[in-house]
Design a protein around this ligand. Structure first.
Ligand SMILES: Cc1cc2nc3c(=O)[nH]c(=O)nc-3n(C[C@H](O)[C@H](O)[C@H](O)COP(=O)(O)O)c2cc1C
Length: 189
């Protein structure tokens, strides 16, 4: 499955466990790269209402070639999994049991970056452009390789099934939708 959004030339890949198998991303533990990017703080106000964002959201598959700004990337990742309540560590999207099974990756022409919600930082986990492989792993949909940024959401089922048993897979699949929707609406704003 793949979700797409338009306004910020964003492509959003979902059910990313399959995508990760497809492009053989290395595990985080195997990484030695130490490049960490501090993201600017997200803004918490905008001039676009929620109703306008819902009504303007649309899937498109053609993108301008420019990179997103670091501010735009920050905002999108924050909307996906940013910490919104520091005390308990609650995040922007709801999560069954607050177990947070999502791990989010940003795929750009210069590499793959893992989002760390706690620090609101990106850590590079792979160098080089894997967007062609990502497109190939997504049923050959070429626009994925043409987007300046792909956001890949991976879900660790075990974090949820270890508490809730088999139904934890359903909870996890539902949570992906929550995260995706946040990104889609944020991209409009
Ligand atoms: C679960 C799911 C999977 C989707 N997968 C794809 C996809 O693989 N490729 C694609 O181009 N669009 C995909 N879409 C986007 C739909 O085609 C799109 O939402 C639909 O055409 C309605 O258009 P709209 O999003 O602009 O309202 C997917 C949407 C959902 C909800």
């Amino acid at each position: 499955m793949l979700y797409l959004n338009s306004t910020m030339r964003l492509i959003f890949g979902i059910v990313a466990i399959g995508l990760l198998w497809g492009i053989s991303l290395p595990t985080l533990e195997s990484q030695t790269m130490d490049k960490e990017i501090v993201l600017p703080a997200p803004r918490l106000k905008s001039e676009v209402s929620l109703e306008e964002a819902i009504s303007q959201r649309r899937s498109i598959r053609r993108y301008r070639p420019e990179e997103l700004t670091i501010g735009q990337i920050s905002q999108l990742l924050w909307s996906a999994q940013g910490i919104t309540e520091g005390g308990m560590g609650f995040r922007a999207a709801p999560s069954a049991g607050a177990l947070y099974p999502a791990e989010i990756y940003l795929v750009k022409k210069d590499g793959v970056f893992h989002y760390k919600p706690g620090k609101h930082r990106l850590k590079q986990v792979l160098e080089g452009d894997v967007r062609d492989q990502l497109a190939e792993a997504s049923w050959g949909q070429k626009f994925i390789a043409q987007a300046p940024v792909d956001i890949v959401i991976t879900m660790v089922y075990e974090r949820v099934t270890s508490r809730y048993g088999p139904r934890g897979r359903r909870y996890t699949d539902i949570e992906v939708g929550h995260i995706a929707q946040n990104i889609h609406l944020q991209a409009v704003v």
